[in-house]
Design a protein around this ligand. Structure first.
Ligand SMILES: *Cc1c(COP(=O)(O)O)cnc(C)c1O
Length: 231
């Protein structure tokens, strides 16, 4: 299958999941996760309409940023404070905000270039030790604590669900995230504009959409298997 065939298939699966959820009028933002993918292949995907791209390493994002034309880059991986300055003018959104020290640094660097940086708060919904993100209970107080960081705008939530084949075991994690997302939207804090629920990957995106995701991050189903690596 070509990249175009794979993208067509994913869009079909997205539509079917939306229909099952009774959400056929809604849009899902598809982010192509390009870690370890060659830039010529990435460019082919962009030419076929995949313009939102995600990287989990700053270094890779930076090198691809200059080589790929016409894409918006999302920072979806663990972010060290000392690397924020390299991406603050390049990332369309940071999906992995999970601590106050990082929020302060994003705010500081964004202020320097007078940009309000869109961010998602990463939630570690299953309290997995191997994963970044805030525990569920800490998310609302964390968002409240950002109120004076004027160069950050919280646009929603992100999670990486536990990896399991049985979708019915994963589903409750998505359902809980959707509830938290709806709560946050209702609170309507002044420094927030809650719109994006970024959850769902190759293994589980249809379940995530059925439970309310509106942004999914897909690597393997578009670009094939990667070498093994940590998240
Ligand atoms: C790698 C990665 C993805 C994509 O995973 P696939 O299973 O290949 O679709 C999504 N989100 C994050 C944060 C990732 O690191």
């Amino acid at each position: 299958m070509t990249i175009k065939d794979k993208l067509d298939l994913i869009h079909q699966r997205i539509q079917n999941a939306l229909i099952r959820a009774g959400r056929q009028s809604e849009n899902i933002t598809l982010i192509g996760v390009t870690k370890q993918v060659d830039t010529t292949v990435i460019q082919e995907a962009v030419s076929n309409g995949l313009v939102e791209l995600g990287e989990n390493r700053v270094q890779e994002l930076l090198s691809k940023y200059d080589q790929v034309i016409g894409a918006n880059w999302h920072m979806i991986g663990r972010l060290q404070r000392n690397k924020v300055k390299y991406i603050v003018d390049k990332a369309a959104m940071i999906h992995s905000l999970d601590r106050l020290s990082l929020a302060r640094e994003i705010n500081r660097q964004a202020e320097k270039i007078q940009r309000v940086m869109p961010v998602l708060v990463q939630v570690n919904i299953a309290n997995e030790e191997s994963k970044a993100g805030l525990p569920y209970e800490e998310v609302v107080p964390f968002v409240e604590s950002l109120f004076n960081l004027r160069y950050i705008r919280v646009m929603g939530l992100m999670q990486i669900a536990p990896f399991m084949d049985d979708q019915e075991l994963i589903r409750p994690y998505f359902t809980r995230m959707k509830r938290l997302f709806d709560d946050l939207r209702q609170y309507n804090y002044p420094h927030t504009d809650i719109r994006y629920l970024s959850m769902g990957m190759t293994n589980d995106f249809e379940t995530a959409i059925e439970e309310g995701a509106n942004m999914i991050r897909i690597g393997t189903a578009i670009f094939g298997d990667r070498k093994k690596e940590e998240n």
